[in-house]
Design a protein around this ligand. Sequence first.
Ligand code: ADP
Ligand code: MG
Length: 696
Amino acid sequence: MKKIPELFASMVFSDTVMRERLPKDVYKALKKTMSQGAHLELDIANAVANAMKEWAVEKGATHFTHWFQPMTGVTAEKHDSFISPAGDGEIIMEFSGKELVRGEPDASSFPSGGLRATFEARGYTVWDITSYAFIKDGTLCIPTAFCSYSGEALDKKTPLLRSMEALDKQARRILGLFGNDAVSRVTATIGPEQEYFLIDKDIFLKRPDLVYTGRTLFGARPPKGQELEDHYFGSLKPRVSAFMKDLDEELWKLGVYVKTKHNEVAPAQHELAPIFTTTNIATDQNQLTMELLKIVANRHNMVCLLHEKPFAGVNGSGKHNNWSLTTDKGGNLLEPGETPFENAQFLLFLVAVIKAVDEYQDLLRVSSASAGNDHRLGANEAPPAIVSMFLGDELTKILEALEAGESYKDKGQNQMEIGVTVLPHFPKDSTDRNRTSPFAFTGNKFEFRMLGSAFSIAGPNIVLNTAVAESLRQFADELEKANDFTSALAGLIKKTYSEHKRIVFNGNNYSDEWVVEASERGLSNLKTTVDALPEFTSRKSVQLFTRHNVFSETEVHSRCEIMFESYCKTLHIEALTMVDLVKGEIIPACISYQNEVAELINNKKSCGGHSIALEEHLLGQIAKLSGCLLKKLTFLEQVLLETKEDREILAHAQYYRDKICPAMSELRLIVDELETVIARKYWPLPAYGQLLYSIV
Ligand code: ADP
Ligand code: MG
């Protein structure tokens, strides 16, 4: 293996490569476009394209693609080769600035949420200059945004970039008020921790439910689950370790710096965390990470499950979205400062986030809603469906003291004057860990923990960036008008905390008392995706997104439509898979076993003298369960027949939640019980025990 520094980002057309390979003036012009969004001239684009092609061809690439993130949640690419005919049967390798900057994939096969009706089928991709091009599998991939011809965003990247712009604009207004004019860019930085399961491929292929839906639709509890908690941070099995080494190398080549890796709580569950970076790069990299997890697992004859809840009764997988605000001068705006003045700035950004999370709790909930994640949120293994924030005792006490106009004493009993001019200076590492909180302050960043493992992190960060931009906008409007900045600032921090402190909760989010208290505090508890999604198109939501130019009203509606569609389709496929499995595999297994037992009884009877109590008992059990099975199967088939796509989308989704889901659960209950009765050699599906302990 090459040394890591040599390997790292070796497949990325990074800043270092650009500096080496681009003429000085081209490099400068490109950097200007990157940092200030200046227009990119065609001759510059041509020069960059040429350098990119030369570099890519040297690395063995033959094709290029505009790599984009449509609303499917996965990435899309359409490969074109560099080869152009040069006459006389000769070829040359070509790549123009035009090809680099803009592409025209057919948009008609990607979800558009009704937008398709209003625009032509063509869409176009535009180079996202702020995310580096890279080589994957012999193809030069150019990160792009994907829009319709009339300019509507058809992807997750475009609104993400717009939300970053909104946040940058408002955060710099605030910094300006603190006399911080040197900062020319504020970006949200993200470090997404990724959970996943690894199982043996041969066993995976014997589970059509996993193959079709990514999760097990049936499966009785194994004798051993995660009770002993012996997997968490346990030593890695050699096969898993070999996989992780291979994965690390692949990710390092693409410039993804994976820092930690360990076993998670559930058997066969693992986690990786990259070092944080700018929002859009982190988003690209997380998509690549999910893709590579699958590809590399396959090389090791394993399958990586990214579904939020592959196994009932065992912890599911999530994604922790670590989020902070960083300036181009390297400062972290959520890092408590060294001086009272810096601390005042820190507190202002802190209350901006508190206000944003409180005011837009419903949108944050929407951003973590999916059919898959419905199995986790609120199930006492993941955060509840109620959004709240953990600040830790010390920070909370400081804000409480500030609100009450009292002074605050730190652990060393140093008196801190909290008043007009002196704001508290407190030790950084005073944040405790609270694993049950959906949104926790962890020292110098927030950790949003409701995301599902299969999610693109774009959605949640679009909401978070825009909501915080809105708090900052209101703050800047108020402070810019103030005669006495310092006292206006202290007053604003106090008032904001006071108005939004209901969202702060440092206790156990899994407790039943919290559900009651949260309701008393007036916090939302949107239990399922179907409850949450309508909030996305509320007036308040549309106002937020349109004010900051993140989504147009049409885009908001189309996104909501896509989320609803995806929910219904997911459940539909799951229900059909259940029916298929029960008819094609479970029922035949029951019949075969039933036959064997019945024959045994007959044989014993004809020989006489043998006890047949056990066999008869078994036969009775099978007969009873088979009867129930038939009933539940028929019921599921019937409710499936009654799904009507022409219903209004909300009613359609409600039907899936209220009719299809319960019918699926009831059917599963019977099948799982049958699994404990039917002899193992007749049972057609590998058991949970085999799946969870498939890697030895
Ligand atoms: P843990 O939360 O497991 O204790 P760490 O605190 O080391 O682990 O970090 C977890 C994740 O948070 C990592 O992906 C890391 O890159 C990310 N992170 C750390 N600092 C920041 C920051 N300023 N902005 C965004 N993400 C960050
Ligand atoms: Mg974490």
